[in-house]
Design a protein around this ligand. Structure first.
Ligand SMILES: [Zn+2]
Length: 470
């Protein structure tokens, strides 16, 4: 998951520094993301990713993704439980993800990370296509596996299929449960990374290494496994902090793997030679996946997915978008609300005791004919107060491949047991951004003096968007 330079032993000290940073990051990760949550728009505080002169993965035809499932006979499964077809479902789901992602707005996020180009050198990562899958049944030479063993597996797959190498070919090597792999630096599965991407010494073979994180036992999977806390509710803004779906859209093990695979895919495309000295898009120790590490974000639909790719629901990680200046999934909706002279309450200190009496407001996004797209939390019950006269902005990744927004409903949901409650809104600004962060449409309404007062019995304010949003 974290980027580690796996190939240059002469950069060992750098790798160790990265490893220490990863450990530190693992320990404090929750706190980091909490800060993001409370600092305002998601991703606030993260930094832009810089271009460092290296190549990206871009092709005049396509960049192909090749999958290698390395599972000798007698090796563990990729999935947990008794399902006899579980491994096949795992493989099919991962394969379908890579078949579906290339044409999506989610993938378009990568296209902004360009390189100097001419008619022989393409500018943007991709276009992406699926190259094929291979079952490697060669025995494991040792345990834990070492990075050289991974490169040998790729060689076997290439020999069997005449598959290409270079910046047009990206290999994902997937390992079954409890099969550990270690970096040249000594970092091993579960302790410091969930997966990693790297390249051969000559920079000619680009790959990602993917342990089966969902199928690992609790001691070895480290912080890589989903957390099933649902305290914040499935659609809450808080949900952006950590992966916590009560269900996932496909097979659980494949879905967990896809969250990590999406991270590695975007990083390999935009920084295939992994940071200094030859890399492309990175800043400090971060690539575009790291800035949004394990943030699934967006609008998590009822099936647990947060993007629709080619009509199929998946749960993926957000990636950092310089164009948006936040972690994104593609198109997004920005909603800014100016509160009038009646606040949206947060929890309060009463005689030194914290009283849970905060208010909650949601936003409902609708398509044509009022069809419900998604309902998301605008301000969670225990979020800080939206004070009188304050301006509050929230950004939500749009759930579908193409952003069509016909109506936005702002709804006062609850008020911490204090009744009746009301909330005065003085201005609303709705903005739809495309996958490049450019404005698609905008609706701005200002009250004089008050736009709308929401109460328990009149709890919804419906805003029709202009036709440019449709
Ligand atoms: Zn990473």
């Amino acid at each position: 998951m974290y980027r580690l330079n796996v190939s240059h032993l002469n950069y060992r000290s750098l790798a160790i520094r990265w490893q220490l940073w990863c450990l530190k990051r693992t320990t404090v990760g929750v706190i980091c993301v909490f800060l993001l949550h409370f600092a305002g728009p998601n991703g606030a505080g993260a930094q832009p990713i810089d271009y460092n002169d290296g190549p990206i993965m871009a092709s005049v035809s396509t960049v192909k993704v090749f999958l290698i499932f390395w599972q000798p006979s007698g090796a563990p499964s990729f999935h947990v439980g008794p399902d006899a077809n579980g491994d096949q479902k795992f493989k099919d789901t991962i394969q379908r993800f890579f078949q579906d992602i290339g044409g999506s707005d989610y993938f378009t996020l990568a296209r902004q990370y360009t390189q100097p180009c001419n008619k022989f050198t393409p500018c943007s990562p991709g276009p992406l296509s699926f190259g094929g899958s291979f079952d490697d049944v060669a025995p494991y030479p040792r345990s834990p596996l070492q990075n050289q063993d991974i490169e040998n597996s790729i060689t076997r797959a290439r020999d069997a299929n005449s598959w290409d190498v270079g910046l047009n070919a990206l290999y994902f090597v997937l390992l079954p449960a409890e099969v550990q792999v270690c970096q040249p630096s000594g970092a091993c599965t579960g302790s410091t990374f969930c997966a990693y991407h790297g390249h051969s010494d000559d920079g000619n073979v680009i790959y990602a290494v993917m342990p089966a994180i969902a199928a690992m036992n609790v001691d070895t999977r480290g912080g890589c496994h989903f957390s099933y806390s649902t305290a914040a509710g499935i659609n809450s803004f808080v949900q952006q902090i950590y992966i916590a779906p009560p269900q996932t859209p496909n097979q659980l093990e494949a879905d967990e793997e896809i969250v990590v695979a999406s991270h590695e895919l975007f990083e390999a495309l935009t920084d295939p030679l992994t940071g200094p000295p030859s890399g492309a898009w990175f800043t400090g120790y971060n690539e575009i996946g790291d800035e949004c590490n394990r943030m699934v974000g967006g609008i998590v639909s009822e099936d647990g997915g947060n993007v629709l790719l080619n009509g199929h629901s998946y749960l993926v990680q957000e990636v950092w978008s310089n164009a948006h200046n936040f972690c994104a999934l593609g198109p997004s909706v920005s909603i800014t609300i100016a509160t009038g002279d009646d606040n949206l309450r947060g929890d309060e200190l009463v005689l030194g005791q914290l009283v849970n009496n905060g208010s909650e407001a949601d936003v409902i996004l609708r398509g044509p004919n009022g069809v419900l797209l998604e309902e998301v939390v605008l301000k969670a019950e225990h979020d800080p107060e939206w004070a009188n006269g304050s301006i509050n902005r929230r950004v939500f990744s749009f759930p579908s491949d193409s952003a069509k927004l016909w109506e936005v409903d702002i709804r006062l949901v609850q008020h911490g047991g204090i009744s009746p409650d009301n909330w005065k809104i003085n201005g609303v600004d709705v903005e739809v951004l495309n996958a490049f962060g450019q404005q698609v449409c905008k609706e701005n309404i200002v009250g004089n003096p008050i736009l709308k007062e929401l109460t328990e019995s009149d709890a919804i304010y419906a805003i029709a968007t202009p036709t440019s949003c449709h």
